[in-house]
Design a protein around this ligand. Structure first.
Ligand code: NAD
Length: 490
């Protein structure tokens, strides 16, 4: 069994209290690694290492940071296959997805490598021409990055390359349910010769994360996880007037209008909810279908859902893997039961998937409920599993009202062949991301993030790096004059 220490100051160290916990493979049910449990003493050590490394890292010029970030991208690309196996073994996601996610992580490093020497400030013309004013972008210092279990490397790399490109050093806290790929990434950072202390990783559960958030040496926190924990982090950070960005959950509407291509919409809906076993923040878990296509899209979707190949996450043939851990499995099953009790019509699935090749794995059948009302719990609560609610609607106004009538505001989909309708509907959706005639598409260049209970702040794109900078404005009076000390100067 693999054993991991904490990665602090470029070295592997044992946790101060000597505690560790098991990483369990959700497909085999077996523990396959031991991961260290960091206490606040370890968090202190990690923050100290990051603090010591920060001036040196920020003091390298952007071009040098770009070279190192590109080197990291090369190493991740070269090791993408093994990294995908680590991640799939930890969270049960199919290798098809984790393999492409590793390459996307490398893409994010390259994208922000490109930004490292282009963080331009601005020269600002003032009313007083004898004062030269300029504004620059500076790193925060040491930032804390906390991530969820569903896509550890993607979630981390939505943050890490941007934070590093801007000159910050970091302390990372991955989820206790899937820490291994993040720890393995540290070995790749070593290979890429990232200076020691620039990235530090402490593993453990919520207490470790809380110690990081409240540490006075952490200047900013960037969090991906549930709205409940997001609220606690925002409160703790607010108490300390510490900036945070929050990437939280979703209950995203995927809206199919009568004029859509029914096959494209059905496949898009399938990708939206059954891709990654529905364990994705942008899951299109509410499918809103206009009456004219309701039966056709539902029928196509049910047929396709029944044909999804569940199996060993490490097999390239598998289309859906397990859910990631037992508590998540139990939560999903309880939501399915609740939907039945509330009167939603079960079209397919609804139970544990068993059979050849599935062993003791935590598999759940692709599950579809039709005739769902938007006030049912299944339409309002984030399930984070392969459970789709289909809701009928009649008019565009009704679709928009239903789409927005949830606490969340992360993503949404619109399926239509009428560009005028798309242009009319998109601005009315209260979400941070909208896809038209596609779903769950990612790009390094495009900003990503939510509104309402889905959080605030943006990752990827230019906004992604600006989140890790703070603005400094400088006024230089070159007039040589002494002005009235009791009057405001402008
Ligand atoms: P979670 O909130 O339970 O845990 C996330 C991380 O926070 C873990 O590392 C955990 O150890 C840590 N944590 C727990 N309590 C803490 C505390 N008090 N202080 C600091 N850290 C603490 O979430 P999860 O179950 O790991 O992930 C699922 C959730 O993440 C879903 O809601 C999902 O939608 C969301 N998510 C959002 C995005 C996005 O980009 N918007 C992406 C993936 C997942």
């Amino acid at each position: 069994m693999k054993t991991y220490g904490l990665y602090i100051g470029g070295a592997w160290v044992d946790p101060a209290a000597g505690q560790s916990f098991e990483a369990v493979n959700p497909y085999t049910g077996q523990a396959w690694a031991r991961v260290s449990e960091a206490t606040s003493a370890d968090v202190d050590a990690a923050v100290d290492a990051a603090t010591a490394a920060q001036p040196g890292w920020a003091g390298t010029n952007g071009a040098t940071r770009a070279i190192i970030l590109n080197r990291i991208a090369d190493v991740i690309t070269a090791h993408a296959g093994e990294m995908a196996v680590f991640e799939s073994s930890d969270n049960g996601k199919v290798i098809r997805e984790t393999s492409s996610q590793m390459l996307f992580a490398a893409r994010l490093f390259r994208f922000y490598a490109g930004y490292a020497d282009k963080l331009y400030g601005s020269v600002i013309p003032l009313d007083n021409p004898q004062v030269f004013d300029y504004a620059t972008r500076e790193p925060y210092g040491v930032v804390g990055l906390i991530t969820a279990w569903n896509s550890p490397i993607t979630l981390l790399c939505n943050k890490l390359p941007a934070a590093l490109a801007a000159g910050n050093t970091v302390v990372v806290k991955p989820s206790e349910h899937a820490s291994v790929s993040t720890l393995e990434l540290c070995k790749l950072l070593d290979k890429a010769e990232l200076p020691p202390g620039v990235v530090n990783v402490v593993t453990g559960a919520g207490e470790t994360g809380a110690a990081l958030v409240t540490h006075p040496g952490i200047a900013k926190v960037s969090f991906t996880g549930s709205p409940g924990v997001g609220r606690r982090i925002a409160a703790a950070a607010g108490e300390r007037l510490k900036p945070v960005s929050l990437e939280l959950g979703g209950k995203s509407p995927n809206i199919v209008f009568d004029d859509a291509d029914p096959e494209a919409a059905a496949v898009g809906a399938l990708a939206g909810i059954f891709g990654a076993t529905g364990q994705t923040c942008v899951a299109g878990s509410r499918l809103l279908v206009q009456r004219g296509l309701y039966d056709e899209v539902t029928t196509r979707l049910v047929e396709r859902a029944k044909a999804i190949r569940l199996g060993d996450p490490l097999s390239p043939d598998s289309e859906m893997g397990t859910v990631a851990n037992q508590p998540q499995f139990d939560r999903i099953m309880a939501s399915i039961e609740g939907a039945r009790t509330d009167g939603a019509t079960l079209m397919t699935g609804g139970g544990r998937a068993e059979g050849e090749g599935l062993g003791e794995g935590l598999f759940i059948q692709p599950t579809i409920f039709a005739d769902v009302r938007n006030d049912m719990a299944v339409a309002q609560t984030e399930i984070f599993g392969p459970v789709l609610s289909i809701l009928p609607f009649d008019t565009e106004e009704e679709a928009i009202a239903i789409a927005n009538d949830v606490p969340f505001g992360l993503a949404g989909g619109v399926w239509t062949r009428d560009i005028t309708r798309a242009m009319r509907v998109v601005p009315q959706l209260k979400t941070g991301v909208v896809w038209v005639n596609t779903y769950r598409m990612v790009a390094a260049q495009a900003p990503f993030g939510g509104t309402k209970d889905s959080g605030f702040g943006r990752e990827r794109g230019e906004q992604g790096i600006l989140e890790f900078t703070t603005t400094k404005n400088v006024m230089i009076d070159w007039s040589g004059k002494i002005s009235d000390p009791f009057a405001i100067k402008n």
